[in-house]
Design a protein around this ligand. Structure first.
Ligand SMILES: Cc1cc2nc3c(=O)[nH]c(=O)nc-3n(C[C@H](O)[C@H](O)[C@H](O)COP(=O)(O)O)c2cc1C
Ligand SMILES: C=C(O[C@@H]1CC(C(=O)O)=C[C@@H](OP(=O)(O)O)[C@H]1O)C(=O)O
Length: 361
């Protein structure tokens, strides 16, 4: 239960942070897709630990091995199996808390649910699992590219430092030029300094990842429970440390009047478009062909190198302090994870059918 995502374009992940390997099984990817393995590797590099001074220092190359589902560079329509081997586990960093629960990590809740403690590096609850999602998402992205659809995310907030410009006012490609993945170079420098100073304080800080999906056709999404934004929300909220999701005008929209918030509809040649896009590209749970954009809020990382009040498995009061390699802020590495999950949702809904019009079935 809970290890598979998607209806037709499905991903299942397996593996633990300090086990032998992680991996993904991707089902439903159409046959005949020319797969560029280098592009999958590039996505893995963007997410991997140890990539800069503002991420966890665990050193993993996150090399992928494709075991099945691809022949002569093309997908065959059969399940695509991908494995990523762990190389730099340091389970010793966790022995001092083997029977203690880290505040706000998943130690207590996993123990309550399963009664078994895989204390090595957080086990399955470690965000190391997202390596497998990024591998699968990189394939979804290549599928979307055949339809001209792009997914691009970037860091728009760290702590109180907030990018005031929206995505249309930014050159999003600049995000990959700095280690925090913010497309505004000045703001990026400030964010990097902030994360670094928080790290030196043995503390952690949260942030926001913004994402935009372009060239989605109108008609993706189902009208009631499986609304496209509900599915995107579920995908984002399934990522470790996520605390909030908003799309389009989001929470800010409540301050506006309908007269200003409504997106006027016009026809330009053959194309129907809206003059503004407070809807975030989705109305009634169905894409309208405009850009889909949303924001994802990440909390400060739970494992901090400071004494914290907690209990052990026997229910006794204890003091817990983190050891080892942890992210002072997750957002720089969360960017490719957000893109991967978004790509998986859009790929799934593309397969689920664009239209219910009899003439087009
Ligand atoms: C990219 C990424 C890196 C993370 N790195 C760490 C980390 O180094 N240490 C940690 O305690 N939590 C880290 N987390 C968060 C935990 O995985 C997460 O807090 C934990 O699974 C509990 O789940 P919850 O916070 O969603 O309730 C990271 C999350 C992401 C997305
Ligand atoms: C190893 C990765 O990040 C890890 C995410 C994580 C957590 O609790 O989420 C805890 C730390 O690792 P470990 O599980 O070894 O303690 C991070 O280094 C990775 O993303 O590949």
């Amino acid at each position: 239960m809970g290890n598979t995502f998607g209806k037709l374009f499905k991903i299942t992940t397996f593996g633990e942070s300090h086990g032998k390997a992680l991996g993904a099984i991707l089902e439903g990817c159409p046959a005949g897709l020319e797969l560029d393995e280098e592009k999958i590797r590039l996505e893995m590099q963007r997410r991997k630990p140890g990539q800069s001074k503002i991420t966890t220092q665990r050193k993993e190359e996150d090399e992928i091995e494709i075991l099945s589902g691809v022949f002569e560079g093309k997908t065959t329509g059969t399940p695509i199996g991908i494995v990523i081997r762990n190389a730099d586990q340091k389970s010793k960093d966790y022995t001092h808390i083997a029977d203690k629960f880290r505040p706000s990590h998943a130690d207590f809740t996993y123990f309550e649910k399963y009664g078994i403690r895989d204390y090595r590096g957080g086990g399955r609850s470690s965000a190391r699992e997202t390596a497998a999602r990024v591998a699968g998402g990189a394939i979804a992205k290549q599928f979307l590219a055949t339809q001209g659809i792009t997914v691009q995310a970037y860091v728009s907030q760290v702590g109180e430092l907030t990018l005031q410009k929206n995505y249309q006012e930014l050159s999003l490609d600049l995000a990959e030029d700095n280690i925090v993945r913010c497309p505004d170079p000045e703001m990026a420098d400030q964010m990097i300094s902030l994360i670094d100073s928080v790290r030196l304080d043995r503390d952690t800080i949260g942030g926001v990842v913004s994402c935009v999906i372009k060239n989605t056709p109108a008609g993706l999404g189902e009208p009631v429970f499986d609304r496209l934004h509900a599915e995107l929300g579920k995908a984002m909220l399934s990522i470790n440390a996520v605390k909030g999701f908003e799309y389009g005008s989001g929470f800010e929209g409540v301050k506006m009047r309908g007269s200003l918030h409504n997106d006027a509809i016009v026809k330009e040649g053959d194309k129907v478009k809206t003059l503004t896009n407070h809807s975030g590209g989705i109305q009634g749970g169905i894409s309208n062909g405009e850009d889909i954009y949303f924001r994802v809020a990440f909390k400060p990382v739970a494992t901090i190198m400071q004494d914290q009040e907690s209990i052990n498995e026997a229910g006794e009061a204890v003091t817990v302090s983190g050891k080892g390699r942890h992210d002072p802020c997750v957002v720089p590495r969360a960017v490719p994870i957000v893109e991967a999950m978004a790509a998986l949702v859009i790929a799934d809904y593309l397969l689920l059918s664009k239209t219910n019009k009899l003439a087009q079935l």
